[in-house]
Structure formats: C-alpha cells, structure tokens
Write a protein that binds this ligand. Structure first.
Ligand SMILES: Cc1cc2nc3c(=O)[nH]c(=O)nc-3n(C[C@H](O)[C@H](O)[C@H](O)COP(=O)(O)O)c2cc1C
Length: 434
C-alpha cells in the first residue's frame, strides 16, 4: 500500500469544516505560514509516506449563483496560495519523502514549466512531483486573460506540453557538465542540444538552461477521468490521484488505466493509482462515529454547492435540492457521475451530493478504531485493485499525526506498508513495493 498526504496551501482541503474545527483552531498553527507545512512533511516522513501532494487552483469561483460571495464566505477552496514555493521549504525539512504540487498546463509555456520543475527537482534532490492538470474552471483562464480551449483540445495541448518539457529535460546529456577548471571547460557543447520544436500549439528552440536533474524532470502525477484524461495518465504518469467513493467504480477506473498502459506498452506497475480517503479515527468505533457526526455537522451545504458547481463548471442553484443528480444529462455533470451515487448505486439528491462535497469532495470516510480503519482500507483495495491511498484530514494539524501514530503501525504489523525507505528519488519510492 502506497500512502500520500493530500494538502492545499489554504484553509480548506477536501473538508469545508477543517478551518472551523475546534482542533484546527486550538492548534496555534497558521495555514498561511510555512512552519505548518514543514511540520506536516516531517510527520508524513515519520509515517514513511511516498509523498505530500498539493492540489492547486488559480481562481476563486463564481460559478455558483454567479457570485464570489459563497466561495469567500465558506472558504470553498478559496483562498489558495501557490504551493510550488512550499516544496523547497518542505524538502529542506526532510530527507526521503516526495514533495509534489499541481501546476496547470493551460496557462503557461512549456519552457517555463520545464525550467521550474527541473530546478525544483535539483533543489529537492530528486524528490519533486508535478501533478499535471488541464484545470477545471473558466475563472482560471479568465485570470490569465486567455480563452479556454474546447475540452477535446485541452488534452491535445497537454500532450504537446509534456513532449516539449521532455525534449527540454533531455537537451542536456547526463555527462554534459565537465567542470574541468584547467582547460577550462564547464560543459561539453556536443552534449547540449537545441530542440527546435515547432508544433501545433508551441514553439521552443532550446536547449534548457538547467542541467539534467536527478529524475530528469520531476515525477509526473495526474488526475484525469475522461477517455482523453485516462490516455494522458496511462502514457506519462508515475502516479494518479483518483476520487471514487464506491470500490466497484474504483475497480473499473483502475482496470481502465492499467489496461490502457498495457496497450501503450507500459508496465502497469509503473503508475500507482492512489484513491482518495478521509480517515476519522477514534479510540472506539462509537467515539469515531461521534467525531464524524460532529465534523460533518460543521459543513455548510451552500459551501458544498459552491465547490461542486466550480468543479462541474455548472451552476447548481438552478436545481431543486431534491433533484436526483445521477439521472441528469448535462454534459458538464457526466465527468463526476460516480460521485453522485450512494453505496447501493441509487442516485443521491443535489442536497446530499453538496453535503458530501463539503465534507470530503466525494472521498469515502473511513471511520473507526485504527484496526477498523486498516480493515476498511484493506477491503477497499481488495475490491478496487488500487495501489494505495491519498489521505485527506478532517482537521489540521492533528488528524495526520493520528493516522501516522495509530494507523500506520497497524498497517505495518499487517505487512501492508513499508517499514523503511529504500529509493533515493520520488520515482524510486513510488516503485518501491516492499
Ligand atoms: C481527483 C482529481 C483531482 C484534481 N485536482 C486538480 C487540481 O488540484 N487542480 C486543477 O486545476 N485541476 C484538478 N483536477 C482536474 C483535472 O486535472 C482535469 O482537468 C479535469 O478532471 C478534466 O479532465 P477529465 O475530463 O479527464 O477528468 C483534478 C481532477 C481529479 C479527478
């Protein structure tokens, strides 16, 4: 089982209750200061996690009711500070754990991305991970003053983006830096090449002005669900973050990605699929259920509506709260369809989906004692396949520490997670299967 920690450089992650939760408030940590993130990185390294992973959005959404007010009032994935600068802070406080962040390809040029990620791969000594997203909401494109490409062009552009980055990372051979002070020769010019890329979307001459990094660019992470998104992930990703509340839908998703990898000639084990989960831990099952009820009661439904509307790029205020979500045919809602189902397969209402989106954005909540949570994790992966979990806390700090101190030892006793790091880079750690 591979474990990763989901984070946002902001007050709310998947839980809209998080910033209001008394345990978050009492901790004294401030989400906008780097000390919290260095602390989290150390805790997750103590738990031998593969990586810490930041989602990121470049907008405050007005999709719900055409207004910024709900997103700002409830901190519905707003504000979000840039997570990329934090990766260096977190790497400086740790030795082994991967540090990964989301960076959209929809508003930048590949030369900028290739240079930044190669530099981060150097600074983290090979522990950088880039979650490559095409972004989800037109508010983001508007902030950059660019047109949103139509859906089927977004991934074509993303493919070319990554290809240009790869060419740039390969523009320096491994042995290009000679550092002969006598001759003097810093770099061997025969081992550094222009790339002369002229494609459908981008031009770049190269070479990159960053020497080859430990992983030759960062590890690549992804989170797409459409056929084109799955294709993209199957071709490039070292790990995928997936949200599938029901294990049987997770199983279909898992088989789809691994099958596509085989068709593309990649070893399916080269890309780990991590399913999102929100652990709620108690000394007894009853205590854990009480914690869950209290947490979920802190979620404002309207805040959940705002997140859901932003993710779907569809204003849900148009629907009655009792409308069934899974039977709706609007194209924007189809991508999120598996998140509209109850465990039984029945459709949830708009109100129910908004409540769950506000609690966990659709991540299943695993509730119970450490032993019971380990059972639930095992059972989920038994049905789903899946290589591990992306964990999301209900308060922070506090919930991550509880998982590391109480659940990880239980998983270690069962031989389900590692007891030491073996690899040097994030890609090595993602491929370490013992
Ligand atoms: C689990 C998950 C997490 C995502 N995280 C982000 C994110 O942090 N930032 C972002 O801009 N887009 C994020 N996305 C959006 C995807 O990168 C992608 O743009 C979107 O899902 C549309 O592609 P698709 O139709 O293939 O799913 C996420 C998507 C999923 C499914």
């Amino acid at each position: 089982m591979h474990l990763a920690q989901f984070l946002v450089h902001g007050p709310t992650y998947h839980s809209l209750a998080m910033w209001r939760h008394p345990k978050t408030a009492a901790s004294g940590y401030d989400w906008s200061r780097p000390a919290l993130y260095q602390h989290i990185a150390r805790v997750c390294e103590r738990g031998l996690f593969d990586m810490v992973f930041f989602a990121d959005l470049n907008y405050i959404s007005d999709t719900y009711k055409g207004s910024l007010e709900p997103a700002l009032r409830y901190a519905s994935q707003a504000p979000e500070h840039d997570p990329v600068p934090l990766l260096s802070w977190m790497a400086a406080a740790t030795k082994h754990i991967g540090v990964a962040a989301t960076f959209s390809v929809s508003q930048h040029h590949p030369f900028y991305a290739a240079r930044m990620w190669a530099t981060l791969d150097h600074l983290t000594e090979g522990r950088a991970g880039w979650n490559v997203v095409t972004s989800i909401n037109p508010n983001q494109d508007a902030n950059f003053g660019v047109e949103r490409p139509p859906a089927d062009l977004r991934y074509d552009r993303a493919h070319e983006f990554i290809e240009v980055c790869r060419k740039l990372w390969n523009s320096w051979d491994e042995d290009a830096v000679v550092m002969d002070r006598d001759s003097p020769t810093f770099a061997d010019a025969t081992k550094v090449r222009r790339i002369e890329h002229e494609g459908r979307f981008f031009k770049s001459r190269g070479p990159l002005n960053v020497i080859r990094s430990p992983q030759n660019g960062p590890a690549i992470l992804q989170a797409g669900t459409s056929p084109k998104g799955v294709d993209f992930a199957a071709q490039y990703a070292d790990a995928i973050f997936a949200i599938q509340p029901r294990p049987q839908d997770a199983a279909r998703y898992f088989a789809g990605i691994k099958g596509r990898m085989s068709e593309l000639g990649r070893d399916p084990d080269e890309c780990k699929i991590l399913f999102g989960a929100q652990p709620i831990i108690g000394a007894t099952d009853a205590e854990a259920r009480e914690k869950q009820e209290f947490h979920n009661s802190l979620v404002p439904i309207e805040g959940g509506m705002a997140i859901l509307s932003a993710h779907a790029d569809f204003d849900l205020s148009k629907f009655s709260p009792d409308e069934l979500m899974a039977t709706r045919t609007e194209p924007q809602l189809q991508r999120l369809k598996t998140r509209f189902l109850k465990p039984s397969g029945e459709s949830m209402t708009v109100r129910e989906v908004a409540q769950r989106h506000g609690q966990s954005v659709g991540l299943p909540q695993f509730v119970g004692t450490p032993q019971s949570i380990a059972d639930q994790m095992e059972a989920f992966l038994e049905t789903a396949g899946g290589d591990g979990f992306m964990l999301s806390p209900i308060y922070c700090p506090g919930a991550i520490e509880e998982f590391v101190d109480l659940v990880v030892p239980e998983l270690q006793c069962r031989g389900l997670v590692r007891t030491e790091y073996k690899g040097r880079t994030l890609r090595d750690v993602l491929r370490q299967d013992d």
